[in-house]
Ligand binder design. Sequence first.
Ligand code: HEC
Length: 98
Amino acid sequence: MNLLCVAAGIAAVVAWSHQVLAASEPPPGAASCSGCHSPEATAASPVVRLYGRDAGAIATAMAGFRDGSLPATVMARIAKGFSDDESRAIAAWLAAQK
Ligand code: HEC
């Protein structure tokens, strides 16, 4: 085995582990939700928890807040800051959290 093969092998492993890490990082905007929607399962908060909820339900609610079909105090304004794709990425990430 020559040195080039070893280097390529190491590069492949590094690239792979980086992908795994990146997959668990929140997409843009997702971290901002936790200021109101507590990540803590035990928190006494009137705002629903989003971690572990169905991704489709979160994305649908975001779309409803955006187009005004869902009544909201603050979420209409927040949802307008995100595109459909961004909302879906955030929803998928939130749904994957424990
Ligand atoms: C400023 C506080 C605040 C922030 C920040 C916030 N939310 Fe909300 N969220 C609320 C409140 C309050 C409600 C209840 C509806 C309303 O009054 O707007 C709500 C409701 C929701 C709902 C509907 C839940 C249900 O089943 O009734 C979803 C989904 C949601 N938020 C997603 C998000 C996402 C995704 C983010 C981050 C991009 C986010 N929220 C950021 C306060 C917030």
